[in-house]
Ligand binder design. Structure first.
Ligand code: ADA
Length: 570
């Protein structure tokens, strides 16, 4: 499942999920030997979507690997292949031809193949999960960076005139919305085609029109309408609209929710009402599935997060599955979406590199294109913990922020800083996220008070004193099952102690608009945890979860639940 609802009724779609042939290419000989033509003897079959680092004897493999499957067309057909997410570098070959290359990991890319002949087709993907100084994330990152085709591969059959995309924007005044619907039509035909465009909202037709698209042309058709008295999407009280654009033989469905996002008096306002954000950081990761997180477990993660009393989730540290965001849309939780630029050890030379910057800009663009219709998403975050004390970071940040604003002015632009007292980028943002670990990496929990006092003064001095501040990371490790009589380091007791003390301090600071505990669940740690970068990776896991990697609650979960639940949403 890609979404919780169907995206097409008219278009034929099929998931190429299942058993694909798989071969590791550690010597990187596949390209010279043209594996894309004659796939080698496969090492084994792997289930797609999946991560190879969960499979036998591939636990630590980082590098190149090849996947192969076949599919059938019953007549000559226009075909679209959508890769909903492949980690790292991906080269796609169809019947021995290179279709294209994509770099990234958590966003879709696609190819349209007009008039593909009838018969069996060989689809090959070369992936490379290797991290280096210019990948995003770079080689120094604090999660296990898996390899593989982590989200579904989809095959679609397109008519000669098809809908390339549907984009919906709106302006909201009270309960009245000015809605802008943009239907992007594409022709693969030899002659002009006239079709009837029908747009409906929740099964009511709102617009019908005859449209002609010339042979081989592309056309963006815009419809602007006033929709009075819309139902508003609110935290805890979600209201969704299903929008369908249909032409003869094709359609595209998406969902939106109407809400206005603002800030005032250090609070996030949704539809004019302040909402105190009670959240956790969630990696979309599990010991058995890696990043190929199955929908059933997303539902369970959400149930646990709701049980905890949260109204918000930070998607640490990359764009998460559309299915997950659909669930948040449906349940009325708000989401922080970010690109995987994880910077605690990111050198300034890397930050200034053109290739690194281009990759980051593309990631922003793809994240916004993929998630723009989800009402749950209220923040676009451009990076996490890069060295925002430097001019290099300022210059890159400005480019990323400008692009995000240009692509979507309806959301708040933010980031998470680990240098709150020296940071020079504060004024660029609508909202500021602070990551600090008093009581764990530095000092004791009381240290937050002093740091926050100084931070507020500094923000004021830089002209950013009015921004809501969110505590986007804090916490400490608690090894699941390690409980005792006193709060020792690494025990569940100590973790519960520092998390609850910190929450109390933040709740009493009127300039803090919400809290995201690091983190929801324990995650597999960095492969190269040789002690050089991290000091607390027992079991090679990041053990700061409120629940274990198998989602069993620790003491901290129970303590946070009683606090979050008693706080209300305001
Ligand atoms: C950082 C980082 C997280 C995680 C955390 C920790 O703040 O953003 O990804 O590494 O620290 O556990 O130390």
């Amino acid at each position: 499942m890609i979404r919780t609802f169907r995206e097409h009724y008219a278009r034929r779609t099929e998931l190429l999920n299942g058993s694909w042939e798989f071969a590791v290419d550690s010597g990187n000989v596949g390209l010279q030997e043209k594996w894309y033509d004659r796939f080698p003897q496969a090492d084994r079959n792997l289930y797609v979507p999946g991560c190879w680092n969960n499979e036998l004897n591939l636990f630590e493999y980082e590098g190149v690997a090849w996947y192969r499957t076949t599919f059938q067309t019953v007549q000559q057909q226009n075909v679209k292949l959508i890769f909903h997410a492949v980690l790292g570098h991906a080269d796609v070959y169809l019947d021995g031809q290179h279709l294209g290359y994509h770099y990234g990991g958590y966003t879709p890319f696609e190819f349209v193949i007009p008039a593909l002949p009838e018969g069996e087709h060989q689809l090959i993907v070369r992936t490379d999960s290797k991290l280096d100084r210019l990948t995003i994330p770079t080689e120094h990152v604090d999660w296990h960076h898996y390899g593989g085709i982590i989200r579904p591969v989809e095959l679609q059959i397109l008519p000669d005139l098809y809908i390339e995309s549907l984009k919906i924007d709106y302006d909201l005044k009270g309960f009245d919305a000015d809605v802008k619907l943009q239907v992007h039509l594409k022709s693969l035909a030899q002659t002009a085609h006239t079709t009837t465009l029908v747009i409906s909202a929740d099964d009511h037709v709102v617009h019908t029109e005859q449209i002609t698209v010339d042979a081989g042309q592309s056309l963006i058709h815009t419809v602007i309408q006033g929709w009075p008295q819309v139902r508003l999407w609110n935290v805890g009280r979600p209201e969704l609209y299903t929008i369908r654009a249909a032409i003869d033989g094709d359609d595209q469905i998406d969902r939106i929710g109407f809400r206005r996002i603002e800030t005032d008096h250090h609070r996030i306002l949704i539809n004019g009402a302040p909402v105190y954000l009670k959240g956790v950081n969630r990696h979309e990761e599990h010991p058995e599935w890696g990043f190929a997180f199955p929908p059933k477990l997303m539902q369970k993660d959400l149930d646990i997060i709701k049980e905890l009393g949260c109204n918000s989730v930070r998607g640490a540290h990359y764009p998460q599955s559309p299915y997950w965001l659909d669930l948040l849309d449906e349940q009325g939780l708000v989401f922080w979406s970010e690109i995987p630029m994880w910077g605690a050890f990111l050198p300034n030379e890397t930050v200034a590199e053109p290739l690194f910057q281009e990759r980051a800009l593309t990631m922003i663009e793809e994240m916004i294109a993929t998630h723009r219709h989800h009402p749950s998403v209220i923040f676009w975050s451009v990076h996490n913990e890069i060295d925002t004390r430097t001019q290099e970071a300022y210059d890159l940040t400005k480019r990323l922020v400008d692009l995000a604003r240009q692509l979507d002015s309806s959301r708040l632009i933010t980031y998470a800083t680990m240098h709150p007292l020296e940071d020079i980028v504060l004024p660029l943002f609508d909202v500021i996220g602070i990551n600090k670990y008093y009581g764990w990496y530095e000092g004791n929990v009381e240290g937050f008070k002093d740091m926050l006092e100084k931070f507020h003064q500094r923000a004021e001095a830089l002209g950013a004193g009015d921004r809501p501040v969110l505590m986007t990371e804090f916490g400490g490790a608690g090894i699941y099952g390690d409980v005792g009589w006193e709060p020792r380091l690494f025990s569940e007791d100590y973790q519960a102690h520092i998390v609850s003390e910190a929450l109390g301090i933040f709740r009493n600071d009127p300039k803090i608009g919400g809290t995201y505990i690091w983190q929801f669940a324990d995650i597999r740690g960095d492969l190269k945890s040789d002690g050089k970068y991290f000091r607390d990776r027992a079991r090679s896991f990041n053990n700061k979860g409120l629940v274990s990697e198998y989602r069993k609650p620790k003491q901290s979960f129970r303590v946070v639940r009683s606090m979050y639940r008693s706080w209300g949403d305001l």
